[in-house]
Design a protein around this ligand. Structure first.
Ligand code: FES
Ligand SMILES: [Fe+2]
Length: 365
């Protein structure tokens, strides 16, 4: 079956711009992990749909604002993660919990704003939804209800698994030269694992399915919320003594996979290690993989935890690099006159993603 996606969807700068508006500017986008924002004034910075954001704990409430001072647009927070009050380094303005200028040094002498001007000195605020320990932001002025994007069942599952997160995490970003959609398609495509990861990932999964995949029904009017779902499979996980020292999620020897449309793959190995992979779009042919790794909550302090997380990140990175080499090669050969992809029965998920994508993009009724 010929894919509805065409090469231009992966290479054209105008498509990228349209996606920024129609997907990333309209949908709920994963922004970070709440356990890292528990302290007063803890913050993280992100860019979503081209908008630089700061998501900050303002006296117990998570708020998302423009990360640009209302005065002369200096970023209010510079670092990716940190803990600092919401204040500008340029001329010292500070902001309150509503994102409005609280104090302005030498205000009466230097600025002389009238009452109306003074009241308008507020940052743009964006909608935040927290599901368990996962923080989502929607930069649209009228955000869609979150249940349109994630079913209640899925939100309950996400809340359940993420409630096991420890507050220690490691975070890194991996630049990649391919379109973000190739990465989301790749994680939906389990058939590549045996071919691309024969020594790294496949051995953990054991034998691949031999049952024929059922023939795909016609894909039409796919619900947006059906694109975010979870699956789990048996996995041979080596038991380490530290596993018993954590409050693990779910059954042992299980690999959990949560696909969060449009651009997150959240996995857990045995409910003891959690990895959030996000495919952050930078340009039509550039993606930044954002990786956040955590263990399950510790029942007692595990001194080796940083080393444990680091070694997991290393094995994770090996698998990611195996994908990256291929996806970057694939991207280099995409060209406007090229043929569309050809899908078999097992690729129904990809066709459903394409169906929703083309409607969000306004290319399909
Ligand atoms: S730019 Fe922020 S205080 Fe001037
Ligand atoms: Fe892979």
């Amino acid at each position: 079956m010929i894919s509805e996606m065409q090469a231009r969807h992966y290479i054209a700068p105008e498509i990228f711009e349209r996606e920024q508006q129609r997907l990333f500017g309209k949908l709920w986008i994963f922004a970070g992990v709440r356990t890292l924002l528990d302290q007063p004034n803890a913050f993280l910075t992100r860019t979503i749909a081209g908008i630089p954001l700061v998501i900050q704990n303002m006296t117990g409430t998570l708020k998302a604002f423009d990360n640009q001072c209302a005065h002369r647009q200096m970023p209010l927070q510079f670092e990716e993660y940190g803990q600092r009050r919401l204040a500008c380094r340029y001329h010292g303005w500070t902001y309150d919990g509503n994102g409005c200028a609280k104090s302005i040094p030498d205000e009466q002498v230097l600025y002389r704003f009238d009452a109306e001007q003074r009241a308008s000195l507020c940052l743009r605020e964006f909608a935040v939804e927290v599901i368990g320990n996962l923080v989502f932001v929607n930069v649209d002025e009228n955000p869609i209800p979150i249940d349109q994007q994630f079913t209640e069942e899925f939100r309950t599952q996400l809340a359940g698994i993420s409630s096991h997160f420890s507050s220690q995490a490691i975070h890194t970003r991996v630049p990649a030269s391919y379109n973000w959609k190739l990465n989301f398609e790749n994680v939906l495509d389990w058939n590549h694992v045996a071919h691309v990861h024969p020594r790294s990932f496949q051995p953990l999964l054991g034998a691949a399915a031999t049952e024929p995949v059922p023939h795909a029904p016609d894909v039409a009017n796919t619900a947006l919320s059906s694109l975010s779902f979870s699956s789990s499979t048996q996995m041979n996980i080596r038991a380490w003594p530290w596993h018993a020292m954590t409050d693990a999620y779910g059954a042992e020897n299980t690999y959990h996979n949560f696909f969060i449309y449009p651009n997150v793959n959240f996995i857990s190995i045995g409910g003891v290690i959690f990895t959030i992979q996000q495919f952050d779009p930078f340009a039509a042919d550039r993606t930044e993989l954002r990786l956040t790794l955590m263990s399950a909550r510790e029942k007692q302090r595990i001194a080796a935890m940083p080393a444990i997380l680091w070694s997991h990140l290393k094995s994770e990175k090996r698998v990611i690099d195996e994908d990256k080499v291929l996806l970057e090669m694939l991207q280099t050969r995409l060209h406007a006159g090229g043929r569309a992809a050809y899908h078999g029965a097992y690729e129904t998920r990809l066709r459903r993603v394409a169906d929703v994508y083309l409607r969000l993009m306004g290319e399909k009724a």
